[in-house]
Design a protein around this ligand. Structure first.
Ligand SMILES: [Zn+2]
Length: 249
């Protein structure tokens, strides 16, 4: 076991630049060249056997350089959404639409003003990223509390069920949950960023749990009955920008 690891220990590292792209090369006792682009900053990393010919290595990089540049940009763009700083110029989402964030220092009350294409965050001059995030999260929560009751009401009528209560919270792995015993629904705060039809899809999903607790055939049949396009909504949810897509519901 120990030998196995030793054999693969890093032999040497270097940094080179090819066509304006900085590339980290790690020489290791491995069989083949591996090329990776790492989030959030699009660092290009190549691990290669130590005995590789320098010319072969450079020509390998040149053969991939267009792919590297394209995918590097893609990873940087995606990562921007994963690592919000709550600063001017960032793109944020609300009900499926993109808004450019504009941060304005104020000595008055902190608040958020939503424009046609901008989301303006009025905050104390010394506000931290955490405090700005809290203002935005509270705002999202308030918006959901305005939007969700109507959707629940609509589906209570259609499905002839009753939801006693709903809440919104930050959830790491789920879009929503349903406590069938007390007919209470929890929704992920992230849903405020999604198009309304996706929010509605999750609500309907949780409400169907009032009939059927597991995701079995009956559940899917009910889903198709109430929301025939639910599969396309699910696809939309999974492909919507910014998410890590590891949520369940
Ligand atoms: Zn479920």
């Amino acid at each position: 076991m120990i030998n196995w690891f030793r054999k693969r220990e890093i032999k040497r590292k270097e940094k080179i630049e090819v066509d304006g792209v900085s590339i980290d090369i790690i020489y290791k006792y491995i069989k083949n060249i591996h090329l990776r682009i790492l989030p959030p900053d699009g660092r290009v990393l190549i691990t290669t056997p130590p005995r590789i010919n320098q010319e072969d290595l450079i020509s390998f990089i040149y053969s991939k350089i267009d792919w590297i540049k394209k995918n590097r940009q893609k990873i940087i763009n995606q990562s921007k959404h994963h690592y919000y700083e709550f600063r001017t110029g960032e793109v944020h989402y609300f009900l499926g639409k993109e808004y450019e964030m504009n941060v304005v220092a104020t000595s008055a009350r902190e608040k958020i003003v939503l424009g046609e294409r901008t989301i303006t965050l009025f905050v104390k001059p010394d506000s931290t990223k955490t405090s700005r995030k809290k203002i935005v999260d509270d705002w999202y929560r308030d918006r959901l509390k305005e939007t969700v009751p109507e959707i629940i009401k609509k589906w209570e009528m259609i499905m002839n069920v009753h939801v006693t209560e709903f809440g919104v919270k930050i959830m790491k792995t789920r879009w929503g949950t349903c406590n069938t015993r007390v007919s209470r629904i929890w929704l992920n705060l992230e849903l405020a960023k999604k198009p309304t039809e996706i929010l509605e899809y999750i609500i309907v999903h949780e409400m169907i749990h009032l009939f059927e607790r597991s995701h079995n055939h009956r559940f899917k049949a009910l889903m198709s009955c109430y929301l025939p396009n639910w599969k396309s909504l699910e696809h939309q949810l999974k492909t919507f920008p910014e998410e890590k897509n590891n949520f369940d519901y």
